[in-house]
Write a protein that binds this ligand. Structure first.
Ligand code: SAH
Ligand code: F3S
Length: 479
């Protein structure tokens, strides 16, 4: 199915007719983090200007783009499998199709991709998407094309994303790119480059556009949102000192969040991801102050052992993290907190693992994402430490933290029994077509009978039952 989208692209208002006139077909799929999904919307916007509309059918596509993830080896293997699939479709059904690789794997493997995967015509890193029109010309002339140059400035702030496959209700708005933190296990600083913040005016403009199109919830997105700092663009180190930066009317994350919440009190606002070492208390006060900022903080810790945190180059101890948790609970009572955890980081002992379980008991996270350590080539951990925790130990530790998290998630969902919560309807429930599915501000999924409500409505739902991860209830009218 072809999508015809009427919206602004690169400052030009593209009319519906202009888009209808687009004759070429783009198939784009994304793997990995929310930032990749958001980037694909930027790429679709750039290509809409080049005569491409999106299609959901590989067989029809003139151009197939896959936005890739390098965070763990498994993520890369998934992409390799997709390339095999494209290869099969190209051979049997669609010989004209060209294939491009975007994102973190493109950046990591560069030209090597062309040698390793014959199907690939185009390799584009995360900061080079504006060059895709030029690169496509090369491809059309029969040459392979690669641009993996990382930028100190690019934020795509001037591009209005084409919303792909969304529900028309929730959207991501990216506020920073790259990451300067250099956690020793993480490939992101290598694949996405130095951290840059996007001009607050362009962020607010994008939120205005979304509000106008009746979107009800946005998530401000960055690898490390708390280090958002706008002082006119470029890298922080380009300014000689802090007062120079101040002079340039700096905006930090707390201010940005405050501005967004004030500008659209009817819209729900979320943000992700917070890094404990950069989270300022001011942000917590802003969350507490605005009803429309969701009381949920995704606060990855990775490990509960101070020794491992140090090896990971995370700039805080277990105790400092616990203090931050205490402050969150004081300033935002009832705030949902979620985690990312890694088990089996090099040198992790049973004692370190117990410290992780202990920290989880202390926090009782609402939910979390848990992983086995996967060594990434080029990272400091890969260069300096041997991946020495046996696979079976990693698996056992992962099972233990997943089980504990499930227990905590179940306690948390059960705590909503009998309560009435506001749910933003996103879609029909997968399990029952007579029910809506949406999320609470604490990011719990809730399902309830449809009645006369529609997608995009905020509904008060009385919770009568639950599973570990889902709240089940009934819409109620509040008098
Ligand atoms: N700050 C980022 C983190 C990106 S990576 C954000 O916006 O979420 C997401 C998660 O993947 C990390 O928090 C970490 O738990 C996990 N991860 C990163 N590198 C990993 C590796 N080498 N092995 C296993 N898990 C990893
Ligand atoms: Fe990766 Fe650490 Fe940045 S996990 S994205 S280097 S905050």
């Amino acid at each position: 199915m072809e999508k015809v989208i009427d919206e602004k692209v690169q400052g030009n208002t593209l009319t519906l007719e202009a888009r209808t006139a687009n004759s070429r077909k783009l198939y784009i799929e994304s793997y990995g983090c929310a930032m990749n999904f958001s980037d694909s919307e930027i790429v679709a916007s750039i290509l809409a200007d080049q005569g491409y509309n999106t299609t959901n059918a590989l067989e029809d596509a003139d151009l197939v783009l896959v936005n890739t993830c390098s965070i763990r080896d498994k993520a890369e293997q998934t992409v390799r499998k997709r390339l095999e699939k494209y290869n099969a479709v190209k051979r049997t059904k669609n010989p004209k199709m060209k294939v491009g690789v975007l994102g973190c794997m493109a950046e990591r493997l560069k030209e090597k991709f062309l040698e390793e995967e014959k199907i690939v015509d185009l390799v584009v890193g995360p900061d080079a998407y504006k060059d895709i029109p030029n690169l496509l010309k090369e491809v059309e002339e029969g040459r392979d094309a690669v641009n993996v140059i990382l930028s100190k400035e690019e934020t795509y702030g001037d591009i209005s994303p084409v919303r792909l496959g969304g529900n028309g209700i929730t959207a991501f708005v990216s506020i920073t790119r790259g990451c300067d933190n250099m956690c020793t296990f993480c490939v992101v600083p290598f694949t996405r480059g130095r951290e840059r913040s996007r001009d607050p005016q362009s962020i607010l403009q994008e939120i205005d556009d979304l509000a106008e199109k009746n979107y009800k919830e946005i998530t401000l997105l960055g690898q490390n949102v708390d280090s958002y700092l706008w002082y006119g663009g470029g890298l922080k180190k380009d300014f000689k000192n802090a007062s120079d930066m101040q002079k340039a009317t700096a905006t930090d994350f707390a201010q940005l969040l405050d501005m967004a919440a004030k500008a659209h009190p009817e819209m729900r606002i979320r943000f992700s991801t917070s890094n404990p070492q950069d989270m300022h208390e001011e942000v917590l006060h802003v969350v507490a102050k605005h009803k429309n900022i969701c009381n949920h903080i995704h606060l990855p810790v990775q490990s509960g052992s101070t020794r491992i945190l140090k090896e990971m180059n995370r700039q805080h101890t277990r105790e400092e993290y616990m203090k931050l948790i205490d402050r969150i609970r004081e300033i935002i009572p009832g705030c949902a907190i979620s985690q990312d955890m890694i088990v089996g980081f090099p040198t992790e002992t049973e004692e370190d693992h117990q410290a992780t379980l202990g920290l989880m008991e202390y926090v009782k996270y609402d939910f979390g994402y848990m992983y086995k350590y996967s060594e990434r080539p080029g990272t400091n951990a890969a260069r300096k430490l041997e991946d020495d925790v046996p696979e079976e130990t990693k698996s056992r530790r992962l099972t233990e933290i997943v089980d504990l998290q499930q227990k905590h998630s179940a306690i948390r969902t059960a705590s909503f029994l009998g309560k009435t919560v506001s749910v933003l309807i996103e879609k029909e429930s997968k399990k029952n077509k007579d029910e809506w599915s949406g999320r609470t501000e604490h990011n719990n999924v809730a399902v309830f009978p449809k009645k006369n409500y529609k997608a995009g409505d905020f509904v008060n739902v009385k919770i009568t039952d639950c599973t570990t991860a889902t709240l089940i209830g009934e819409a109620v009218e509040l008098s």
